[in-house]
Design a protein around this ligand. Structure first.
Ligand SMILES: [Zn+2]
Length: 91
């Protein structure tokens, strides 16, 4: 299914991708592991993101933050917890 992959990846050049990254970069302890975006309308996009955090942030929290991007009409968020203790706790 190479054709489907090409169609999917073409939207990755959209400015919306950068805006999603910017929004998520404002969240503490959040690493973006995966991001897929595709166009579902003239100026409407759906996206799937996967993040890794050591904290308790829920998928709903990230969805709420991404609501500021009006073009995103459907957002799916997968939150993965990193259980490692390698991160230095900030006082
Ligand atoms: Zn970790």
């Amino acid at each position: 299914m190479e054709t489907a992959k090409v169609l999917l990846d073409r939207e990755m050049d959209s400015p919306v991708v950068a805006r999603v990254r910017t929004v998520l970069a404002q969240e503490a302890d959040t690493e973006l592991a995966d991001l897929h975006l595709w166009r579902v309308g003239r100026a409407q996009f759906a996206c799937i993101i996967s993040v890794v955090t050591h904290g308790e942030a829920s998928a709903d929290r990230y969805k709420a933050r991404l609501k500021e991007i009006a073009e995103l009409v459907h957002v799916t968020v997968e939150v993965n917890r990193c259980a490692d203790q390698h991160r230095t706790e900030q006082p």
